[in-house]
Each structure stands twice: as C-alpha cells, then as structure tokens.
Design a protein around this ligand. Structure first.
Ligand code: C2O
Length: 543
C-alpha cells in the first residue's frame, strides 16, 4: 500500500514516483552469493532540465540477425568509442551499465521516502527501459556523428532470430562479452522457457515451446493492461509489487539463459547489476520494447495504461551531451514520438499453437490429442479424469506459522481453486489467477510454471507447449543488500514479495472447463531444489 497521497506534500490525490536524488546513493552494494561488492552511484548534477526530443530523422531498429556489414562496422565503432571514454564521463561504457545497476539494485531511495527505488517488477518496467535505450542509442549515435543510427533488436521470438546474433558472438568485436554461457553460443537455439539447465530439445521442439511461451505471455495471459504492464507503483509504495507477463518470461528467461552459470550470480546478463555490461542487453531489451508496440496491435483491451500516476511519473538520464535530463512516461507511449520504429518481421507465435491437451494425448498417443473442445466419449473420459483428480485436492492454505510467512514451494504444489463466478472467454471480464505474496530471495534465480487441470502427466517432463500451461514466474537475480547490512548479518532486505497474475480465460476455454465450479492448479518449481520460495494465497480476480 502506498502512503495516502494527502500525506505527500503538494501532490494532493496524485503520487507519481519521483526520480531519486542522485546525491543520496548507497555504496557499496552486495550482489550476493559471494560476488565482490559493487559501486554503481551515478554522477551528480546541479542542473536538471526537461528533455526536448530533438528534430531527429525517423530511425528504424532492425533485427540483429539482418543487419548489413556497414551497420556492423558503425555499431562496433560506436562501441569502441564508448568503451574508450574516461570512466568519469556519464556516457562511458561502465556508467551506462551502472545506470541499470543503480535503479535495479537499490542504490537509491524513492525521492523523499525511505523506500528503495526500483524500476523492475512493476508498471515502470516497459517505459523506464524504453527511455534507457533511447538515451543509450543517442549516445552511440553522437559518438559516430550519425543521427540515423538506431539500435538493433534481438528477434528471439522468431526462427530468424533464435540464436545469439552473430555480430555479438564474435570474440574480436567490441560487442562481445566474455561473461556468457559458453554452451549457448551459435548455433544453439535460445530457450524462452529456460529452467536453468539444458533442455535437450531438438531445434524443432524448441521452436514449438518458444512459440507456445510467446503465445501465452503475449496473447492469452495478458489481455488487459495490468496483466501486461505489471502492477501499479506509486510514491511511497514498496518496490517491485509485481511484474507483467513478459517481464517474467521471456524477458527473465533470456537474461538467465545468456549469462554464465559458472559465475556467482550468472554474470553478466543473468543478474541485474551487471546485465547491461553486456552489449547484447540493449538488443535484448530492443526486442522487449518491440513487444510493447506489438502487444498494442493485438486487439481487445490491449491499450496503454491511462493512470495519471503512471503517465506523470518521471525519470532522469544523462543525454548525449552529458546533461542530466528529466523525461516523462507520457512522452514515451508511441515510439514515433521518440522518432523510431521497428522493422516489420514475421510474428509466428501470434497464430494459435497451443491446443494440444496433455491429458488428451494419454488416450490418443503423443501429438495426436485433439483439443478437449472435442466431442463424444473422449471428452467424457477426460471430464472423469478431472473429477477424480479434483476429489483428492484441497484449497490452498498458507501456513502462517512458517517463518517465511507463507507456504514453502519446495516441490510441486497442487490445490483446488473455487470459482466465485463463471466468466466465459467471450465476456468482457478477464478471469485472473493471482498467486499472492510470492516471496523469493532477490539474489536467487527462481522459476515456477503454472498449469491448470494437469492430470496424468509427469510434471518434470511436461513441456510448456500444452493447453494446460498457464504461464511462468521468473526472478532474475538482483540484490537488495547494502554491504553494511551483509556485514551485520541482516538478510531481511534480501526478500522480495510480489503478486503474480495470469489471465486464464483462454486456458479454461481450451480445456472446456469454463462451466466448472472449480479447477486444479499445479505449480511446479524449476531449477535448483530448495531455493526458498513461498506464497501466501491463491485466488481469482476479475478485471
Ligand atoms: Cu532492467 Cu532486462 O532488465
């Protein structure tokens, strides 16, 4: 809960989060898991002006797999110059990376409060990164004196972009980073469902899983603005109230897939303080940014947020002239305002791919299962399976005596969810599964997958290309700790608590259970066992 807005001087009834005061920076920070401490404080400026977008030519961001040799030459030269700026220059390579560290790893408090400032896991995620990329791009452009320069995007959501883009995979290039997973160099296909170990899927199977993840996160689970953009974040709110679907996956999975698991926190890309030290970060976020634009074209209720605490929130960045400037979210809703757009490429996942029900295949053989929107005896058999399965389940109850305040998610959790009302996919309302109070240790990589009515299937083997799959939660490691706290043995601020929300109307329709009074939810933790995760409640919401 935020402070009642009347308590914030001069902001009656409005409380957009204000940028932190750069003078009040905490250093050093502890990245966790034994990694050396870091200092990512940004230079202080006494002058801050409102940014005016200069008169720029319209620029097109191109797929990193489709760039010309000419483009590669310019881009690598811009990075060479960036890397050779003196380290105190606000445009310098490490300063650029530290901008990300500063606003993800709690170097600052929200201005005028004692609450950590955080641009992830809330509705800040898309607009803050859009502005961050904008200024990074402008700095590169000015270093090579070319106003037409635009960043590329890593098109990991389509077969044409499924590998590390070759220009980033060249050890002699200024775009290369040594701290990446050596198993994931070309021609390895990116795993958008990465569960922190190698999946051994064939490229063809991987493609199907990737499409399914994209379809869920962009199309079925994110039909309303709050599902896509993440939870509201106002002045005085605790940081990171809850991420939108895409911020969890594939944004989070691609981060961890790219970083090197031999490093303490999967540096560089696998943890937020070091992620932007890898030049590929900006191409990764180019694609995330592109998905924001695409999402708004998918129809239905998919429009930008209109809350004034969102639109009026401001950020500060150093521009290409080393001036500290202030920008507003409202000015970044359309990429055209920032004078860029994206190359049009095929969007394979937008076509419906997830119709095969896992339980149906237990009757009709692998790959042969029709959608349960099927007729006759098979449908009856499946309904019977569902009934039997649900009979053995109880509703979720958190054990409040537990130290982590909720119930630990050490192994697969199955629970019954009762539906207070029934909503048909065709209705206006979206039915939302809320996993409330998800607590994780910030510095751990965490992923869990959520399924509905997953019966007769081995959870460890099921892929996310089945109709029962509802979505995935991911925590990209980031620290919340000040080194001083670590030294005192304090661990509380290492815990992050947020809500995880998924639109499930289409899953219920696909499983043909829109008329049922209840359903079974299965939550499967992935990755290393015994990573502390707990949840407070599982419930439904309607929006
Ligand atoms: Cu600021 Cu991909 O994280």
């Amino acid at each position: 809960m935020g402070l009642p807005s009347l308590l914030v001087p001069g902001t009656a009834l409005a409380s957009p989060v204000q940028p932190p005061d750069f003078k009040k920076c905490t250093t050093p920070l502890d990245p966790g898991n034994g990694a050396p401490s870091v200092d990512c404080c940004l230079p202080v400026s006494t002058i801050i002006t409102d940014y005016k977008i200069p008169n720029l030519p319209m620029r097109t961001r191109v797929s990193a797999h489709q760039v010309t040799p000419d483009y590669i030459a310019k881009y690598t030269e811009a990075y060479r110059r960036l890397r050779s700026l003196p380290s105190s220059d606000p445009r310098a390579y490490m300063m650029q990376a530290n901008v990300h560290c500063a606003f993800c790893d709690n170097a600052y408090d929200e201005n005028g409060t004692a609450v950590d400032y955080q641009v992830h896991n809330s509705w800040f995620f898309f607009p803050w990164h859009r502005w961050y990329l904008y200024f990074h791009e402008r700095i590169l452009a000015s270093l090579i004196g070319d106003d037409t320069f635009a960043l590329p995007f890593w098109n990991w959501d389509a077969p044409g972009g499924y590998t590390i883009p070759p220009m980033f995979d060249n050890p002699n290039s200024t775009l290369y980073d040594t701290k990446r997973n050596p198993l994931h160099r070309n021609p390895k296909v990116v795993d958008l469902d990465y569960s922190f170990s190698e999946s051994n899927r064939t490229p063809q199977q991987q493609l199907q899983v990737n499409n399914s993840v994209m379809y869920r996160q962009m199309v079925t689970a994110a039909k309303t603005p709050s599902l896509f953009f993440g939870q509201s974040y106002r002045q005085g709110d605790s940081p990171g109230p809850g991420a939108g679907t895409v911020e969890n996956t594939p944004h989070g999975t691609v981060h961890v897939w790219t970083g090197n698991p031999s490093n303490p926190n999967d540096e560089d890309m696998g943890t937020l303080y070091s992620a932007a030290r890898d030049p590929i970060f900006f191409a990764h976020h180019g694609n995330v940014d592109r998905l924001w634009s695409i999402w708004k074209t998918l129809g239905g209720r998919r429009t930008d947020l209109t809350d004034s605490d969102y639109l009026q929130a401001t950020f500060e960045f150093y521009d290409e002239n080393k001036n500290l400037v202030r920008v507003k979210i409202a000015d970044a809703l359309q990429t055209e305002n920032l004078r860029y757009n994206y190359q049009n490429v095929d969007i394979p996942w937008v076509r419906r791919t997830t119709t095969r029900s896992a339980v149906a295949t237990t009757f009709s053989g692998p790959g042969g299962g029709p959608s349960p929107a099927m007729a006759g005896p098979l449908k009856e058999k499946i309904k019977e399976k569902y009934r039997d399965f649900k009979k053995g389940l109880k509703e979720f109850k958190a054990d409040l005596k537990d130290k982590m305040a909720g119930r630990k998610l050490e192994k697969t959790l199955k629970a019954l969810v009762k539906r207070p009302r029934k909503v048909k996919a065709a209705d206006f309302d979206e039915e939302i599964l809320v996993i409330e109070g998800v607590q994780v240790a910030c510095d751990e990589k965490v992923k869990f997958d959520v399924y509905i009515n997953l019966v007769d299937v081995d959870e460890d083997k099921v892929g996310n290309d089945v109709a029962e799959y509802a979505g995935s939660f991911v925590n990209v490691p980031h620290t919340a700790m000040k080194m001083a706290e670590t030294k005192k043995g304090l661990t509380d601020s290492r815990i992050r608590k947020s809500n995880f929300r998924l639109g499930i109307g289409d899953v219920l329709a696909d499983l043909d259970i829109e008329d049922d009074d209840d359903f079974a939810v299965t939550i499967v933790p992935r990755g290393k066992p015994n990573i502390p995760v707990s949840i407070d409640d599982i419930r439904l919401e309607y929006e």
